[in-house]
Design a protein around this ligand. Structure first.
Ligand code: SF4
Ligand code: SF4
Length: 68
């Protein structure tokens, strides 16, 4: 199954990926990253590999989408 993979220390916590995901399978996590920001993350299921989260993220390395 495809899945989004987050580099949490590159995330700025803007929430754009969470809002953009058509499957509503992303959320803001409660654990802080190294910059003291709550990063986005995967809920664990529902991803269809569309890549919309990747294209909406302003940070170059915060999200990648892995497909089998
Ligand atoms: S690839 Fe698509 S379905 Fe998967 S988390 Fe990103 S926006 Fe959501
Ligand atoms: S769009 Fe990028 S920077 Fe913004 S919350 Fe999502 S992963 Fe973090």
């Amino acid at each position: 199954m495809p899945k989004p993979v987050f580099e949490v220390d590159s995330c700025k916590g803007c929430g754009r990926c969470v809002s953009a995901c058509p499957r509503k399978c992303l959320e803001m996590k409660s654990e802080l990253n190294s910059a003291g920001i709550k990063p986005a993350g995967y809920k664990g299921e529902g991803c269809v590999g569309c890549g919309i989260c990747f294209y909406n993220c302003p940070e170059p390395y915060a999200i990648r989408v892995e497909k089998d």
